[in-house]
Design a protein around this ligand. Structure first.
Ligand code: IMP
Length: 185
């Protein structure tokens, strides 16, 4: 049994759907933990684990994600949460109004604590920032992000559809590959 430590209902829904399909048991640990300001998502989850290790008995999973805009050298990236809170999706659209490119990507870093081990898994999703906000599903930047290969924003997709493209779904795939262990020769 793995506890997914997140206060974000949307993240939980996405990961739970994939793990259930794979037959992996997960529960929602609805609690927060310290998120340091660091230059990489991986550092954020590794620091959080130093705190959660003392608070949580069993195996757990944490997720730190960010939106990286090509026009701004990857900003907001690790500052995504702050930018979303302060500027919102409309603020990001304004920032990009005169930008040379609307290319963007989401990244996720997962940390799994299993027994004594800590393992980190990454997922990435390339895409573009839409001209305006579209859709009511999902959370965060979902209404303005269109993944490569799609025309809908993440917010116009069901959880199952978003999981076909998303950074988080790719991190889940890496996590599942790890849980299944090395393939028999
Ligand atoms: P967090 O620090 O991982 O919770 O996320 C940083 C910011 O990115 C928050 O504003 C989240 O709402 C947003 N975010 C994280 N993952 C996603 C996603 O899959 N879609 C849209 N926004 C996201």
């Amino acid at each position: 049994m793995i506890g997914f430590v997140t206060t974000n209902e949307g993240k939980y829904r996405e990961v739970a759907a994939m793990l259930a399909d794979a037959g992996v048991k997960m529960v929602h640990e609805d609690r927060s933990y310290p998120e340091i300001q660091a230059d990489r998502l991986e550092k954020v989850v590794r620091f959080a684990a130093t705190v959660l290790d003392d608070q949580i008995e069993g195996d757990y999973l944490i997720d730190d994600s960010g939106l990286f805009l090509d026009a701004f050298g990857g900003f907001p990236g690790v500052y995504s949460s702050y930018v979303h809170k302060r500027l919102g999706n409309s603020g990001v659209l304004k920032l990009l109004a005169d930008a040379k490119t609307r290319a963007a990507r989401f990244e996720t870093a997962f940390l799994l604590r299993q027994g004594e081990a800590h393992d980190v898994f990454h997922g990435e999703c390339q895409g573009t920032i839409a001209a305006g906000e579209r859709g009511t599903g999902g959370f965060g930047f979902d209404p303005i992000f269109v993944p490569e290969g799609a025309t809908k924003t993440f917010a116009e997709m069901t959880v199952t559809e978003k999981n076909r493209y998303s950074h988080r779904a790719r991190a889940v795939a890496a996590l599942l590959a790890h849980l299944r262990g090395p393939k028999e020769p």
